[in-house]
Write a protein that binds this ligand. Structure first.
Ligand code: NAP
Length: 676
């Protein structure tokens, strides 16, 4: 069998393994299948290439350009994923595991692509929130703006998800406009290398935006500075070692850590055998033990159940685990493949022995189990193992020992407070789940345990069909956790992009802030356009372009007509005495919706033109009542423009209604789609 040479992609060149390269064995056969690493790799050249070539190229693009790039990458990989499946089996992963790793990674790219287009501007600056009024007259205001860091993101990944682990970090990084150097765990780097090769050959990513280090990073961390980020996933020990690098500390290099975690799953107090929640709990727990042979940072390590249910849970779970076919992951009947390596297997057995000092093994014997289609002694196979800890209060090690394999411990609780206290003894986890149909239990869990867990997952008979699983981090939601879990956070949509950007507080006049942010700030100069803004195409409209309408007097006949026509005969519009008794009204007042309709009547240009549709209205506030005899007029200003496609884009208009005394009576943002 030929041994594959796994190269790094450094400064525009593929660099083959060299001095100090490590052998990589197949998880199934234990035979060496690949080699990676080169101690002579010029790490400074990688950093320079990212900073001087990749970064500037990415920063020239807008968020929408970069989002389109992610989508194209996702499509490119999606069409070629079979090649990645084929080589992933050697990591011990089954076809089902590939769906999590490879399809999950591609799905993450798609979600970030969509979020980038929908939730970020077609510009180079991201505005975080609305302006802050810092002065009485509004001539001095503040805005928070985010710009891409001008360095490089170094992504250090764990072995268990060679594709997803890379893409869940890469998507927000590239969307931010920051180049990445990806360093996969050596044991599974051949899968990552194949994915990187595909991405580079696609020609979709600008040169320098994506580099790969197969093997060690040398002294790269010593060479990072204030514009760089390290995003690490792996064990707590390695995280501690890397984050305490003196240069990382001295230069305040951002260090995002996703570490190991003693995740818990709690069976709700009322979820007794016979309820849908009990069955669901068993199903989820069994899945978390066996998927990826338990090598999942989010896997359930502690199964916390009401004391009277301990026996029933052990029996039901054992019956389910009994059906797990262990073997060559290529075989269709295999439900659980191998661990990544024999070293990992030894590590899991050592950790299981530690857990065994406080808990009894009630299912799974590592010395006696069946493996189909592979050699038990050569491959890194283990059976699912279930422990029972009779005294979780006195126990220590079951709460702090992560056996990164198919190992989990059942423990009983007296009441809900006790269950949550036990869950929190993991000292910070990525996820805890509570399987309950009782919303009060869920609320209590969030209050008592939220601070200890990055994600809380509730599941019951209502959500079980569509729920995504205890163990699945989703690109829309944050992934990370406090304390033991690393104290970091990734993904969570646009939140995850911010880890690669600097948030800067910008202060100045409304004109300054409008020019900086490309979004009109109230108080900034108004622009008089050459014609009615509704006659102007998306590309012609300028930020700040404003229309002032003539005034219209609101009469009692208008109010009554509107009331009868719409059926809205609420007393404040119809009954003078009742309206006066209301603390908000001087007497009968015009309907807010009447004012909105009159406003539209005042600013609309009726002829067919570039305004295609009114798609909504945001932030509507009625500030002062309008009585019969008052008059209203409208100021309509282009606040923001967001292209949607080749044909049209969204225009956000700032609309203010004022009365005859120039007092604001209503304010809102109107959204229209305008032809390009
Ligand atoms: P690991 O041994 O800590 O390795 C993680 C990464 O760090 C690998 O890429 C490794 O590279 C690299 N590394 C190790 N020493 C280094 C050094 N001195 N300088 C630079 N890089 C170094 O973890 P693992 O065994 O791959 O993964 C299993 C652990 O990861 C488990 O504890 C699991 O809970 C955790 N995990 C957490 C998450 C999460 O999202 N929180 C996800 C998956 C896994 P080499 O392989 O080349 O040594």
């Amino acid at each position: 069998m030929t041994i594959r040479e796994i190269s790094s992609y450094a400064a525009g060149e593929w660099v083959a393994p060299g001095e100090g390269a490590r052998n990589i064995a197949s998880a199934i056969t234990g035979e060496v299948i690949a080699r990676a690493g080169n101690a002579a790799l010029d790490v400074q050249a990688l950093l320079d290439h990212a900073r001087n070539t990749g970064g500037p190229a990415l920063r020239r693009l807008t968020f929408h350009d970069r989002a389109r790039m992610l989508k194209a990458l996702a499509q490119y990989l999606n069409e070629r994923k079979q090649a990645l499946y084929d080589i992933s089996f050697d990591t011990g992963a089954t076809q089902k595991d590939h769906l999590i790793d490879i399809d999950g990674g591609i799905g993450t790219l798609f979600v970030f692509a969509s979020k980038g287009r929908r939730e970020m501007p077609d510009g180079q600056l991201y505005l975080d929130g609305e302006p802050e009024q810092l002065s009485r007259q509004g001539s001095f205001q503040g805005l928070h703006v985010c710009t891409p860091l001008q360095g490089v993101a170094v992504h250090i990944n764990a072995f268990n998800f060679p594709v997803w682990g890379m893409l869940e970090k890469l998507a927000p990084t590239l969307l931010a406009g920051v180049p990445a150097i990806v360093k996969p765990a050596t044991n599974s780097c051949y899968v990552t290398e194949a994915a990187v090769r595909l991405m580079l050959e696609s020609g979709i990513v600008p040169e320098g935006a994506l580099q790969l280090v197969a093997g060690g990073l040398g002294d790269m961390l010593d060479r990072l500075g204030c514009q760089d980020v390290v995003s690490f996933t792996g064990s707590a020990d390695t995280a501690l070692k890397l984050r305490s690098n003196p240069n990382i500390l001295a230069s305040s290099v951002r260090f995002v850590a996703e570490q190991d975690s003693l995740n818990a799953s709690i069976l709700g107090p009322n979820a007794v055998p016979g309820t849908p929640e009990f069955d669901l709990f068993i199903k989820e727990a069994a899945r978390e033990i066996t998927v990826k042979a338990g090598q999942k940072c989010t896997a359930i390590r502690r199964i916390i159940v009401p004391e009277p249910q301990v026996q029933a849970v052990i029996e039901a779970l054992s019956a389910r685990l009994e059906k797990t076919v262990i073997g060559d992951p290529r075989l269709e009947q295999t439900r659980m493949g191998a661990l990544i390596s024999n070293a990992q297997k030894r590590d899991v057995l050592e950790k299981a022995a530690i857990i065994g000092s406080e808990a009894e093994r009630v299912f799974g014997d590592p010395d006696d189990f069946e493996v189909v289609g592979a050699n038990t002694d050569k491959g890194a196979f283990l059976p699912p193992m279930l422990f029972h800890c009779p005294d979780p209060d006195r126990a220590e090690r079951v709460h702090d020992t992560e056996a990164f394999g198919p190992v989990s411990t059942v423990m009983g609780y007296r009441d809900l407070d006790h269950a949550l206290e036990l869950a929190n003894r993991g000292q910070g986890s990525l996820v805890a789940s509570v399987i309950t149909h009782d919303p009060e239990v869920a609320r209590a869990a969030v209050l008592a345990a939220g601070a200890f867990h990055g994600r809380l997952y509730f599941n019951d008979r209502v959500s079980m069909k569509e729920s995504t699983g205890h163990g699945s981090p989703l690109p829309h939601m944050v992934h990370g956790g406090p304390g033991r879990a690393g104290g970091g956070e990734e993904m969570g949509g646009v939140r995850g992009v911010m880890h690669y950007m600097q948030r800067t507080a910008v202060q100045g006049s409304p004109d300054m802030l409008t020019a900086i942010g490309g979004r009109w700030v109230p108080g900034a100069a108004e622009i008089r356009g050459p014609a009615h803004p509704f006659t102007r195409r998306f590309g012609e409209l300028q930020i700040g372009e404003t229309l002032h309408t003539p005034a219209r007097t609101v009469t009692m006949e208008d109010i009554e007509h509107f009331a009868e026509f719409t059926g809205d005969t609420f007393y404040a519009h119809m009954d003078e005495d009742a309206a006066r008794r209301n603390p908000f009204f001087p007497g009968r007042v015009a309907h807010g919706y009447l004012l909105l309709s009159f406003a539209a009547g005042l600013f609309v240009e009726p002829d067919e033109g570039p305004v295609l549709a009114n798609t909504g209205l945001d932030g509507l506030r009625f500030m002062k009542p309008v009585s019969a005899g008052d008059s209203i007029k409208v100021r309509l200003t282009v606040k923001q423009k967001t292209p949607r496609n080749e044909e049209y884009g969204e225009v956000r208009w700032h609309v203010t209604l004022t009365n005859q005394d120039d007092e604001k009576v209503a304010e809102y943002e109107l959204l229209t789609m305008n032809a390009m």
